[in-house]
Design a protein around this ligand. Structure first.
Ligand SMILES: [Ca+2]
Length: 408
């Protein structure tokens, strides 16, 4: 999983600026998704949905778990994650990278089904010093702070490759939530910016121009791509590539500041397509056919049931996501379904090609037909009053349902 990487930030999604040969190869050898969506337009909600297979509102993580205000908040340990479920099915589980669904030790990944964990629990750390936004050390081995030297993207790759080598002879699940290309914007050679006690908003030592910022961003995506290439190479060298499914996606769109959402409207934190439509691909040589472009509407929460289906385990019956297995392996179309987003008072839903957006509770609903208007430029709500009414009712029912069961 990439962090804050936009729909247009990979070469295979049209970037002429950033070179991502390894992800391009993954797409060419497998499935490239065009209508894959993050469950949330920001980090924590999408991750909560990925982990639980449910709408994040249901599990109380509908906003960002920030370093500053929510040190007590986290994904409840009573929630069953995909790691819990697959571990029960006999898989060893590892996670290296960003957690962001709880700071306290009790919320640590090792208490949510992961046998091994190295990484950071906040939204972002300095790529070199691994200090979080509030000036705290944030690099963990399991539930113990243990900093190590290195560029975080490279460390995440190193530990991931090491995990695969150690567990090649047994069934394993590896979750690699990269930091890249989320800020702070730092390349391999950039100096560390944060130190213990550093305060967010402290004067940046190195003020960079837009041109330099774009160059650093490009490097951040390319180093991540290189790391993903290392993981793929390891699978091939160990001859387990034909027995391994690799799925890639981003957790939300690019921010307003940097990155490309490929011409989609909006950016991270908005419910325009640029906030949540992201790049995604699936790779499983011999099982998933190469060179496929998949236009199904898919959300992050679908991965949990898909994983369980693929390993032949029971799918918990209280999930909101659906299994993609037959679609990925055999091209069987997904059943028709409505999908929903909610964040910071904004709401949106999809019914086929139709998308309805409520920018706040008092705003007039906006209606777009994404097949004809992917850029969401042409609000046609006034032309379809009955459809708007139906979709508004569905959105309200959904909202009542997910918040009624919410843990927070
Ligand atoms: Ca993010």
């Amino acid at each position: 999983m990439a962090d804050d990487m936009g729909y247009g930030d990979l070469s295979c999604y049209g970037s002429s600026f950033i070179n991502t040969p390894h992800l391009d190869k993954m797409a060419a050898e497998g499935i490239k998704f065009t209508d894959f969506h993050a469950n949330g337009p920001v980090c924590s909600p999408t991750r909560a949905a990925l982990l639980t297979g449910k709408y994040q509102q249901r599990v109380g993580i509908d906003g960002v778990v920030t370093a500053k205000h929510h040190r007590d908040k986290g994904l409840a340990i009573s929630e069953k994650t995909f790691a819990d479920a697959i571990k029960k099915a006999g898989y060893v589980t590892g996670m290296f990278g960003k957690w962001h669904v709880g700071y306290k030790k009790e919320f640590n990944p090792i208490n949510q089904g992961f046998d091994e964990y190295i990484g950071y629990v906040s939204g972002n750390v300095d790529y070199h010093s691994h200090i979080d936004q509030e000036g705290y050390e944030d690099w963990w081995v399991g539930d113990t702070i243990k900093n190590e030297k290195g560029y975080s993207t490279d460390l995440i790759t190193k530990h991931s490759v090491d995990f695969i080598k150690r567990h090649k002879d047994e069934p394993f699940l590896l979750y690699i939530p990269h930091e890249a290309p989320h800020g702070p914007f730092q390349g391999r050679q950039s100096p560390a910016e944060r130190y213990v006690g550093w305060k967010n908003g402290a004067k940046q030592k190195n003020k960079v121009s837009d041109e330099e910022l774009n160059a650093i961003y490009k490097e951040m995506v390319e180093v991540m791509d290189e790391g993903i290439g290392e993981v793929m190479k390891t699978l091939k060298e160990l001859k387990i590539d034909k027995n391994t499914l690799v799925f890639f996606c981003s957790d939300n769109g690019a921010s307003q500041k940097v990155g490309s959402n490929g011409g989609l409207r909006g950016y991270k934190s908005t419910l325009w397509e640029g906030g949540h439509r992201v790049s995604a691909m699936a790779w499983y040589p011999g099982t998933i056919q190469p060179n496929q472009v998949n236009n199904e509407t898919i959300l992050t929460m679908d991965l949990f049931p898909t994983i369980m289906d693929i390993v032949g385990s029971e799918i918990p019956d209280d999930l909101d996501g659906i299994s993609l297995k037959d679609n990925l392996f055999k091209g069987v179309p997904l059943p028709e379904r409505d999908v929903f987003w909610g964040y910071a008072g904004r709401k949106a839903m999809r019914q086929g090609d139709w998308k309805l957006i409520l920018r706040n509770k008092d705003a007039e609903p906006l209606l777009f037909n994404l097949r004809e208007d992917l850029g969401e430029n042409n609000n046609i709500a006034s032309q379809h009053p009955e459809l708007v009414k139906t979709m508004l009712k569905k959105l309200e029912d959904w909202s009542n349902d997910v918040y009624a069961t919410s843990k927070n």
